[in-house]
Ligand binder design. Sequence first.
Ligand SMILES: Nc1ncnc2c1ncn2[C@@H]1O[C@H](COP(=O)(O)OP(=O)(O)OP(=O)(O)O)[C@@H](O)[C@H]1O
Ligand SMILES: [Mg+2]
Ligand SMILES: [Zn+2]
Length: 512
Amino acid sequence: MLAKVFSAAAQGVEASFVEVEVDLSPGQIKEFLVGLPYAAVKESLQRVRAALTNAGFAYPFNKRLTINLAPADIRKEGPIYDLPMALGLLAAADQLPAARLSDYVVAGELALDGRVRPIKGALLFALLARAQKMRGVIVPPDNAEEAAVVEGIDVLAPETLEQAVRFLSGNGELQPVRVDVKALFERESRDGLLDLADVRGQEHAKRALTVAASGGHNILMVGPPGSGKSMLAKRIPGILPPFSMEEALETTKVWSVAGKLKAHEALKFARPFRDPHHTLSYPALVGGGIDPIPGEISLAHNGVLFLDELPEFDRKAIESMRQPLEDRVITISRVAGSARFPASIMLVAAMNPCPCGHFGDLKKACKCNEFQIQRYFGRISGPLMDRIDLHVDVPHVPYEELASQAPGPDSASVRAQVLAAREIQSRRFAGSGIYCNAGMSEKQVQTFCKPDREAGQLLKNAVDALGFSARSYGRILKVARTIADLEGAESLSAAHVSEAIQYRDLDRKKGL
Ligand SMILES: Nc1ncnc2c1ncn2[C@@H]1O[C@H](COP(=O)(O)OP(=O)(O)OP(=O)(O)O)[C@@H](O)[C@H]1O
Ligand SMILES: [Mg+2]
Ligand SMILES: [Zn+2]
């Protein structure tokens, strides 16, 4: 007899149906797996056999068994087909009525004793079930909450294979798992944020961070060890606009396919702040692997990717960020199709001004020669540096300032400025698919970044005297636009433009 169970597979952050067809027919005892299953799916059958036997079901069935995972041409990863295969087998062997089974998308790994173990991608499968007007999903308990974020479907989370069987045969109830996303969202989205007021002094750097956060600009901080770069970077999430429900869902999808959500975690409530170590590999940064998984740049989607000690990162890894920084999405090509992961991030990087760290430091003498300094900066290519809108010096704060009791602006007041500037940008870009100044195309720069006469003259002089490249020129205009937005100003004045030029410090140092 033939039985069919709906399951799913993820490509990037989308899921599509996989039909698990199980056929038991008289004949020689033999097992067939078709539909291009990989080694993992074959191992799956061993687990299914053990789980069924240990749960007290009769197996083998002394029949010829064929399992087909369709369609054949999509990659099916991992052990998520254990549970659908087990249920399909029981249905094919007439030990389970097939009627209820076809209402659900089923996914779950089985432990040898029949417990249902966590999987990747449950949120995507729940979205698929809703889009396809299915009644719901049957997923592992650890993944129930992320699936339950999707409203309008039943999320069933059996602890064991036996529980699933009892429910499907009408011999036991399973309560649909529910989460009150709205309540959770309101409670948790501001938790755990650090305050900018903890950082003493550094007014210049704080201003640059305000501008960066307002326009969504990438920023590089340069300063000696211990000057507070990491401290400042960690406070950026607290001055960014609140996470919208839509953004939260987008980010959670990435975490779900990456298998990075904690057990029972429903949603990413706060913007991600990722600070990977500089020893991380190229695929770990941008994504990859045989079964493509998202990298740090995608885990940071809608949030911050902080690369501390930028020149220490693998050159190839750093350079591979150029395309996603531009497109805000990364495509990973594989023989079995390609995967697209979103990667809309604010890049925040930090580095020392030279190999010893003390170039320009008033507290300690630098031991490096000019050649060593040039080579140090040379580890970051021009095109990458080009995608960083603001460069800011973070010098040592004098002891008196550190000790002084006067706190600078706190995150709440800076955030209010950021929100006001973003408001102007949302109106400006309504319906155009971009949200902030950093995302402007060349054409949009021409339309929205008109310097007044004095500012135009200043820019011309700066380009002549300082030799800015055409790309740097565009960056300056975008940043000047954000500075004007912070003031609520219509056109770009000389003051806006000259502040923006200040943030191109390294162009001059590097002669880019
Ligand atoms: N402006 C400041 N206000 C308050 N504390 C500060 C400030 N600057 C540095 N500190 C203190 O010094 C410590 C080191 O700062 P932080 O780790 O941010 O430096 P860094 O610039 O990232 O250094 P490195 O280049 O070594 O990574 C902080 O944990 C904090 O205690
Ligand atoms: Mg640091
Ligand atoms: Zn030095």
